[in-house]
Design a protein around this ligand. Structure first.
Ligand SMILES: Nc1ncnc2c1ncn2[C@@H]1O[C@H](COP(=O)(O)OP(=O)(O)O)[C@@H](O)[C@H]1O
Ligand SMILES: [Mg+2]
Length: 276
């Protein structure tokens, strides 16, 4: 970090593009940026970086011990950065990742941070559905479900696929969907359609959409995902029993951590020439 003290309200970060190694320190100014979200452990703001990029910065404050634990295991922002990179390389729209970092952030103390490119004129899908349910009903969400199918075919599990973690932009006839906020992302070495990982992504998505939209939209979404009639009937039955909660998301997150670890180990140990 530079010797001179940072001006009040500013902080320094060493931008990282991988798990190890980092670039020269960069000064950020949460105090003079536009605050998007402020909670006890989280600060999200928008500011223009020194190179002119309009960025959104998400800072998660951690106690010193929690920060040490993350150093030994993994930082959520590192996981999210890698997830966004995977989405980009798959050609899917997301909040474009710029860098992540961790350390002691001035008066915010210990924490971790993720920078993405700001998406102007975008809105969380959930906000749009709540603010204007009538307009929400006119949105064609089938392409969003086709996107999720693409992710699952590529072995990618979003992990927090809720309406509030999808940004939309543009006219209803040419709507663009952007995925974001993937702290529970997993990558499997095989397509995951038909697995528990895929089912939970779809349940979370359907559950949050159906709070605002009529259930007769569901068959169209499931068809766009690629489910046949039998698969749709089974999904609807599962969805009726489904109860969304942050506790459930945490529990399946732990289960899928283990499954992803085992799947990668099996993949690494498989005999040459075999795909799964
Ligand atoms: N790159 C971005 N461009 C535009 N808005 C963004 C961007 N990143 C985050 N946001 C806004 O910040 C909100 C919170 O971001 P999110 O990644 O979901 O963080 P959290 O972990 O707090 O849920 C989003 O719903 C969105 O409104
Ligand atoms: Mg979110």
């Amino acid at each position: 970090m530079p010797d001179s003290p940072a001006p009040a309200g500013s902080l320094w970060v060493h931008p990282r593009h991988s798990r190890t190694g980092h670039g020269a320190a960069l000064e950020l100014h949460p105090g003079s940026g536009v605050t998007l979200k402020q909670e006890p452990g989280t600060l999200i703001w928008r500011e223009q970086l020194a190179d002119g990029t309009d960025a959104v910065l998400k800072l998660y404050r951690r106690g010193f011990l929690a920060w040490c634990r993350c150093r030994l295991s993994a930082f959520r922002t590192c996981r999210e950065f890698r997830a966004l990179r995977q989405l980009e390389s798959l050609g899917e729209r997301c909040t474009p990742p710029l860098f992540w970092g961790h350390g002691r952030f001035g008066r915010h103390r210990w924490g971790e941070l993720l920078a993405t490119r700001w998406l102007p004129d975008s809105h969380p899908l959930e906000d749009v559905l709540i603010a204007d349910p009538e307009a929400g009903r006119k949105l064609d969400l089938a392409p969003l479900w086709a996107t999720v199918r693409h992710l699952h075919d590529a072995g990618l599990h979003h992990g927090t696929l809720l309406a509030r973690n999808i940004l939309i932009r543009g006219e209803p006839a040419a709507l663009e969907f952007f995925l974001l906020d993937l702290p529970r992302f997993h990558q499997f070495p095989y397509g995951i359609r038909g697995t528990r990982m895929a089912r939970y992504d779809l349940m979370f998505l359907a559950h949050t959409l159906l709070r605002a939209l009529p259930p007769n939209d569901l068959p169209r979404w499931l068809a766009a995902y690629g489910m046949n009639d039998d698969e749709q009937a089974e999904f609807r039955a599962n969805l009726r029993r489904f109860r969304n909660s942050s506790r459930l998301r945490r529990a399946v997150g732990v289960e899928f951590n283990v499954r992803a670890l085992l799947a990668s180990a099996r993949h690494a140990l498989r005999p040459a020439g075999r795909d799964r």
